[in-house]
Design a protein. Sequence first.
Length: 363
Amino acid sequence: MRKKTNIIKRGKIEAHLIWFDSLGAKCSSMFVRTPDITMLIDPGAAEMQPGYPLSAKEKERLKLKALKKISEYSSKAEIVFISHYHYDHHTLMSKIPENLNIFYKDKVIWVKDPNKWINHSQLERARLFLEEIFNELGGKGKLYGKSQKVKIPELEEELPLAAKKDYGNYNRRKKELLEKGKTRVMKLKDLWESNKWLHEFEFANGEVVFADGKEFKIGKTRIRFTPPLYHGIEYDGIGWVIGLVIEHNGNKFIYSSDLEGPQIEDYAEWIIKENPDVLVLDGFPTYLLGYMVNKINLERAKENIIRIAKGIKADTIIYDHHLLREARYKERFKEVYEKVGEKLITAAEYMGKEPLILKIKNI
């Protein structure tokens, strides 16, 4: 166990771990401070899945506890970043408990583009979320306008490392899945281009900016956002996320958002090339094995996290979120922990606590 702190500090970058799944609610929320910015990352929390071994009442209590912690940090933040529109990463204004701070008031809000590279359910959630902010916080101008055309690149262009991966006997099945996935994305393209598009907008003492692929410089702090990345494997039906890189005076922090491992080799290579001092990376959803994910992609995730851990200078990698939803995660990732050692750690462990799922198992 580490000492009881939730702060990872490298140079003048402070990364505060607010709440993660290892503490008992679905969440991946952080607060980052440099001399130039204060940023709240992914202010959302959700109850654990039905199979998580707690009562519904206790799951709700932990979710509310997570939201309370996020609320405490929201009062310190000038910027809010939302990587995608799952409810464990953002909270609707109408769902924030009355005794908590309004997370978005008087903030600059950098969000995943709600108009493209987004699946159907998140598109609807994004509109609901941004309409509430616009209406409740005094949005200016028009919220909707004309759609635009979207180009879908070939997989070989978008993900060259993943595209050339040899799966042996699984190659034929993988090709079938990729063809189905591409068809699904082309149907989404029609959806994106047929809908009116949300505009970025200003509101009282704040603004909403679509951050995909953009870069900002505030003082000596450089903030970069990735283009849309798949939430899992290639053409994943769950949708897309955007990752975050913060740099200050030679130090670098990366928050990957939900790459689920990562399973995609190109995303592992991106992280290795960035070579961060601090990496917050969500883990593979082992609790969905045999249901929504398979062992082929589990092995990809294992290979990729080992490559990352050995290829970057960070001595601490927070590896949490999806991984901490079932007690067998360490067993399933045994060879990874043996090869990587203490460099790979959950948020709870970094804070000097036992992950709740292991604590429950051992009672």
